[in-house]
Design a protein around this ligand. Structure first.
Ligand SMILES: Nc1ncnc2c1ncn2[C@@H]1O[C@H](COP(=O)(O)OP(=O)(O)OP(=O)(O)O)[C@@H](O)[C@H]1O
Length: 228
């Protein structure tokens, strides 16, 4: 099987090497293409660290971490940058740029694709915004949108470049329960339509039902793999 994510024996430490207790310890996790996996577990169990390693945002220290076919152990910064371009990221705080409209924020994710001209980028951004129900907000600035609308813009931005993988870190943390649930169901529906793989870190029990699989972490290890 060509896994979207194939992590084996991953160990990660912060601080001064040998003596520090690992934040991730001999962790193994495989995610199939098109699968939606939610990662839960107590604060400090290493979820965000795992997400940043899979997202090629930090260097692998020990073990194997294959993402979309790229081995990140021993990868160069250029290889990590190339992989990051194939991933869509969604953060707790939408991370939209306040001086850009919704359309410009989404189109930015396409700027690295030299095959697209400006008109094509904007057209794709509009289509992505329409797919999250924001066809009438393309010219809106983030400050004029609600929290749920901003996170939907962030979803459009994460999906617009047809990423092989979407990584999300606590995407509902800044939203009320109902809005968080609606937003994540929308993400799930779009991901399923488009065949995207998702790894999503959450503390929010109300969104566990969007998962194909819920993986629980504790002390840097996977402790439970439950089917949702
Ligand atoms: N850059 C860093 N330098 C030193 N220690 C760090 C760093 N980042 C994280 N840690 C430590 O690593 C441990 C795991 O952190 P991590 O953020 O991965 O956990 P988490 O499960 O995502 O927690 P939370 O649910 O609170 O976000 C914590 O004890 C944290 O303090």
């Amino acid at each position: 099987m060509d896994w979207a994510i194939d992590v084996r024996g991953l160990t990660h430490r912060f601080g001064d090497g040998g003596l520090a207790k690992p934040v991730l310890e001999d962790l193994t996790l495989a995610v199939a293409p098109g699968e939606i996996v939610l990662l839960t577990g107590p604060s400090g169990s290493g979820k965000t660290t795992l997400l940043t390693l899979v997202g090629a945002l930090r260097a692998v220290q020990e073990g194997s971490c294959r993402v979309l076919g790229t081995e990140l152990a021993g990868a160069t910064e250029a290889e990590r940058v190339a992989l990051r371009r194939r991933i869509g990221f969604i953060f707790q705080h939408h991370n939209l740029l306040g001086f850009l409209t919704a359309r410009q924020n989404v189109a930015m994710a396409l700027e690295l694709d030299p095959s697209l001209d400006e008109a094509e980028r904007l057209a794709r951004a509009d289509a992505a915004l329409a797919s999250v129900g924001l066809a009438d907000k393309t010219e809106a600035y983030p400050a004029t949108l609600s929290g749920g609308q901003r996170q939907r813009v962030a979803i459009a931005r994460a999906l617009v470049h047809a990423p092989g993988l979407v990584l999300a870190d606590e995407p509902t943390a800044a939203l009320d329960g109902r809005t968080g649930g609606e937003t994540m169901h929308l993400l799930r529906d779009l991901a399923k339509q488009q065949g995207r793989t998702i790894l999503l870190v959450t503390h929010d029990p109300r969104i566990l039902d969007i998962a194909d699989r819920v993986v629980a972490m504790e002390d840097g290890r996977v402790v439970e793999r439950a089917h949702a």
